[in-house]
Design a protein around this ligand. Structure first.
Ligand code: NAD
Ligand code: UGA
Length: 479
């Protein structure tokens, strides 16, 4: 299959095979969704190929290098299962990529915007410049011979879809809203590391539409029919509720993790076991068992950015969202506290003042090569500032993969055991599977000081032998 795929890409590049990708200008009806996906980052590049299981899709990005990579059948970042569905989409001739917005939008009746909405450094508010630029690009290419629904899938503050709608009306006075175009909100809830699985098996699909726009509703229902037929719930709301629901979800998850992390600190002080506490808590159906693991603080491209944007929305609307602010501040402070704790263990309990430490994992969680807002980005520089010498091993950021590493004064190990040779201890920052299955006795023998500090609670306490083990919210184990 891989060979056939590569052959088709090669044939396309040298020009003796031109795929039609099923796009047929004469067949653009509300019954027949055809998608252009604007922005092929984590969200666009998962949404496009997943939707290409059912519909014709063209992925657009203004990053030429990224599109060239995709046209060669390669994925520009690590996401399990993604390469396979991209190849499947190309083989089915339902998926293609271009830098040309016109080529994509004029052949579609759904233009889905998946561009970034980063934080403004000064205020924390969501920077909507990419959204507005993409909307202008789309507006130029909308046709007057069929209806096109502009779907905002990026995470955007309340009111943004209305602004996009106004922007299109101003840019294209020749087009009528509800007749030639509409705007919908369709926030995405996938997680990196299991993005394809999450997209194909969603807990819910949320879409906000204007109540008067029957065409928008019809197209959305058709687009998500393959999912609703399988029983996945589609919730249709007004535009503003859909936009807010995305921030509400991320905030509640971030708040929950911060609460677990605070309880974890109490748990270790009072000699309880946070794993057992949360197992019991999670059996309450009103709370549920997921997302209850204490850790070094949440990271990633979304919780930090979206809580900042929500905090800004509260201020702008004169509403007290003090819990949002508290969550942001606590999570920031936790990452510094983790570095403090690690150095405290080494300095005080082991009397090592300038430790040589092995560090396992830098990505913000397992299953991704994404470093955005990873706790490691705070913890590593703090440890270096406090005099530690570090050798880091991350299965994706090892010396072999050639991924661009942060510019830190550290050594990079190739595997767990060479990284730990002769070190004063090892520190786990990311919950990679490789780390869960490591042989602790071999690790203890390899280290100069048999010490493992685990900020992800990867091991049961009764598994621990021959090594001194510090984890979160549990007793320390001395051997
Ligand atoms: P990203 O930065 O990885 O990708 C955005 C892409 O859009 C880039 O490749 C960029 O080149 C492209 N782009 C920007 N402007 C463009 C334009 N005018 N035309 C064509 N391409 C353009 O972003 P992401 O992580 O995919 O996030 C996108 C949005 O989805 C954000 O609002 C984010 O909050 C939200 N979201 C992200 C995730 C996630 O797991 N990363 C999950 C749910 C929601
Ligand atoms: C998160 C949400 O889970 C997605 O629903 C949402 O779509 C996405 O943000 C987004 O808006 O972009 P993601 O950031 O990919 O997804 O990763 P999560 O699995 O949520 O993890 C976020 C952080 O919380 C990580 O640093 C992770 O290590 C930490 N975490 C997660 C814990 O510390 N404990 C847990 O029990 C779960």
């Amino acid at each position: 299959m891989k060979k056939l795929f590569l052959y088709l890409f090669y044939a396309q590049i040298v020009g003796f095979y031109t795929p039609s990708f099923g796009f047929d200008d004469n067949n653009i009806t509300l019954e027949n969704p055809k998608l252009s996906i604007i922005g092929t980052g984590y969200v666009g590049l998962v949404t496009g190929p997943c939707m290409a299981e059912y519909f014709d899709v063209i992925g657009v990005d203004n990053n030429k290098e990224r599109i060239e990579t995709l046209q060669q059948g390669k994925v520009p970042f690590y996401e399990p299962g993604l390469e396979e569905i991209i190849q499947q989409g190309a083989l089915n001739q339902r998926l293609s990529f271009t830098t040309n917005t016109k080529e994509a939008v004029e052949k579609s009746n759904i233009a889905m915007v998946c561009v970034g909405t980063p934080s403004n450094d000064q205020t924390g508010e969501a920077d909507l410049s990419y959204i507005y630029q993409a909307s202008k690009d789309i507006a130029q290419e909308l046709r007057d011979d069929h209806y096109t629904l502009v779907v905002i899938k990026s995470t955007v503050p309340v009111g943004t879809c209305e602004e996009v709608s106004n922007l299109i009306e101003n840019a294209r006075p020749d087009l009528k809203k509800g007749i030639h175009f509409g705007v919908a909100s369709n926030p995405e809830f996938l997680r990196e590391g299991c993005a394809v699985e999450d997209f194909m098996h969603p807990d819910r699909i949320v879409v906000g539409v204007e109540s008067v726009d029957e065409k928008a509703k019809a197209l959305i229902q058709k687009l998500y029919q393959p999912f609703t037929d399988k029983g996945y719930p589609l919730v249709i709301t007004d535009l503003r509720s859909s936009e807010l629901c995305k921030y509400a979800s991320n905030f509640l998850l971030a708040l929950r993790l911060s609460a677990v992390n605070q309880l974890s600190d109490l748990s270790s002080k009072v000699d309880a076991n946070i794993e057992e506490v949360m197992q019991s808590v999670g059996l309450d159906k009103r709370i549920g068992p997921l997302f209850l693991k204490s850790g070094p603080g949440y990271g990633g491209s979304c919780f930090p950015k979206d809580t900042l944007a929500l905090d800004y929305m509260g201020k702008k609307n004169g509403v007290n969202l003090s819990l949002v602010k508290e969550t942001i501040d606590y999570n920031t402070q936790r990452k510094f506290a983790m570095a403090e704790r690690v150095m405290g263990i080494l300095n005080k309990d082991f009397n090592v003042q300038t430790p040589n430490l092995a560090v396992f994992g830098i990505t913000f969680k397992a299953g991704t090569d994404d470093l955005r807002e990873a706790p490691a980005l705070t913890i590593i520089p703090e440890l270096l500032k406090k005099g530690a010498h570090l050798t880091i091993y991350d299965p994706l950021y090892n010396n072999k993969t050639g991924l661009k590493k942060p510019d830190w004064a550290v050594e990079w190990g190739e595997d767990l055991y060479t990284t730990t040779k002769g070190k004063d201890g090892a520190l786990i920052l990311t919950e990679w599977e490789d780390f869960k299955t490591m042989n602790l006795e071999a690790l203890a023998e390899n280290l100069k000081t048999p010490l493992l500090i685990d900020l992800r609670n990867l091991f049961d306490l009764n598994q621990i032998k021959k090594i001194n083990y510090y984890s979160l919210g549990r007793k320390n184990v001395f051997n």
